[in-house]
Design a protein around this ligand. Sequence first.
Ligand code: OXD
Length: 314
Amino acid sequence: MKIALAAGTMSPRGWLDALASAFVAADLDVDLQPWSGHSIGARYAIVWLPPAELFSAETELRAVFNLGAGVDALLARGVVPAELPIIRLVDAGMAVEIAEYVCFALARITRGLDLFGPPPHGSRDWNAARPRDEAPRVGVLGLGAMGMAIVEAAARFGYPVAGWSRNPRRIAGVETFAGVAQLDAFLARPQILVDALPLTAQTQNLLDRRAFAQLPRGAHVINVGRGGTLVDEDLLAALDEGRLASATLDVFRVEPLPPEHPFWSHPKITVTPHIAAPTPYGPAAEQIAAGLKLLEQGVPPPDLPGYVDRSEGY
Ligand code: OXD
């Protein structure tokens, strides 16, 4: 069976090797080819930001596998025919990475790590570090695989954690809130807000001036979800007014973040270049091979983990 790989901005070599090994391990007889602009009669496509021509040329496709957890960019391109199932990655090793990133950001805030470091910034004040009196309340927006890993990791470090999701969730030891009706009640709680939301019609611009005003004064914001869930100007205003204390941002409306964007130079903002959870080739390739095998065995696409419900946007 022929499979087309269109890895977009990702390295095709890494994917080709990892996928080839995963297909062998899954006992799948696959001819995997980087898509070069001409039809190869592919049965499946494995993609990251693929060109529109792939879908007009490859008319025998049965499903599309997305080389990432988020499908917002793929759906926004509007190139995948409506009847073609899309399967995205679920966790695939990224959840633990994102949880680690968030825990580092939490420790940086709560343990005052910015007081230290090499000269000229490093403090020589031995007493500058104070033990944390009380762990601040953390709130996690989005309780998918990523959000859940963050909740679990933060709770393990002793932070009282609350979570918000679109649909009600029950998580032992975690206060949960659901839907628009409970959003303000959730936002009133966290001193550190972590955004782990996918970008959908419902989550777009969710963190705006109004939402920031619901947070306790002096709250910190960490965004590892999607840039489009947060209104840039409203965040800047909330930081400048002192309503928010800091923002740690890994995702942006436009990526790469343009050099002239005010986030880069804002004293209360830390920018990282979408590095919280790089997709690990091995686990991701294994997940794709497992999904492909299920499809080949006749399992209907909606029964696969990672099947994208386009009306929900993830
Ligand atoms: C993803 C991402 O969607 O890395 O997987 O943002």
